[in-house]
Ligand binder design. Structure first.
Ligand SMILES: Cc1cc2nc3c(=O)[nH]c(=O)nc-3n(C[C@H](O)[C@H](O)[C@H](O)COP(=O)(O)O)c2cc1C
Length: 222
């Protein structure tokens, strides 16, 4: 499988260095236990999340993990805004209004409100991108936001919680965006968080690692 003129995918059954070949069906074999959470994380949607949600201490661990993600110049270009307790009702009302404004009718409004109320808690992910930063272009800041989300979710999984990052057209609803964002911030979406009510039905369908590992070679000189 060629990946452009200068790279070649690592064969799926091949070896990287002298380490064991890792197929998608056997991610846990011969791997350090410290990788367990990274290799087994999966998303759990709001309808499969039940109480309890994470405690303050557990949320702080998730935030600590997020803060470990690569972040050029340590800009911390994100905030996690916690929606729990009575605040869930306020978010449900905003979701219902947005659904009505989008023409979804009362049935759609009730469905969207339920999306806010069902998970034990929701974490709004807000990006603070500085488009004029002299050293760190916007795409690098977005990469830091993505890394933080991944680490936050993996920490939640490692602590026994389930979660799923969700967005949709709601993030662009002006009333919702204004409710979550300060000037200069962008609402990326929400992480639904809680205790998973069920295990995944089967192994996650993920690409073979060989699809993303590509030996690079310098271009031939003319
Ligand atoms: C910023 C962002 C927004 C997302 N928005 C949605 C969404 O609105 N709906 C959805 O089904 N999945 C969405 N996803 C993808 C899911 O969170 C999840 O990663 C995907 O379903 C794959 O499942 P997995 O995490 O178990 O591999 C989003 C992911 C990211 C990073």
């Amino acid at each position: 499988m060629l990946a452009g003129s200068t790279g070649k995918h690592i064969a799926s059954a091949g070896r990287l260095g002298s380490g064991p070949a890792l197929g998608p069906q056997e991610p846990m074999q011969a791997t350090p236990t410290s990788l367990a959470a990274l290799l087994t994380r999966y998303s759990v949607g709001p309808k499969h999340l039940v109480e309890p949600g994470p405690s303050d201490t557990q949320l702080a661990l998730m935030a600590q993990a997020a803060l470990r993600a690569p972040d050029h110049a340590e800009l911390v270009p994100y905030r996690f805004k916690l929606v729990r307790g009575a605040a869930k009702q306020g978010m449900a009302a905003l979701f219902a209004d947005a659904a009505r404004a989008a023409g979804k009718g009362e049935e759609g409004a009730a469905l969207d409100a339920e999306r806010a109320l069902k998970p034990p808690m929701t974490v709004a992910v807000v990006a603070r991108i500085d488009p004029g930063h002299p050293q760190v272009p916007a795409h690098e800041q977005w990469a830091a936001v993505g890394g933080a989300i991944g680490s936050f979710l993996t920490a939640a999984h490692a602590l026994g919680f389930g979660g799923k990052m969700l967005s949709g057209a709601k993030v662009r609803n002006p009333a919702i965006a204004a409710a979550f964002c300060e000037p200069g911030e962008t609402l990326l979406g929400w992480i639904a968080l809680g205790t998973p009510a069920r295990q995944p039905a089967g192994p996650a369908r993920k690409p073979d690692p060989g699809q993303v590992l590509i030996d690079w070679h310098p271009p031939c000189k003319p």
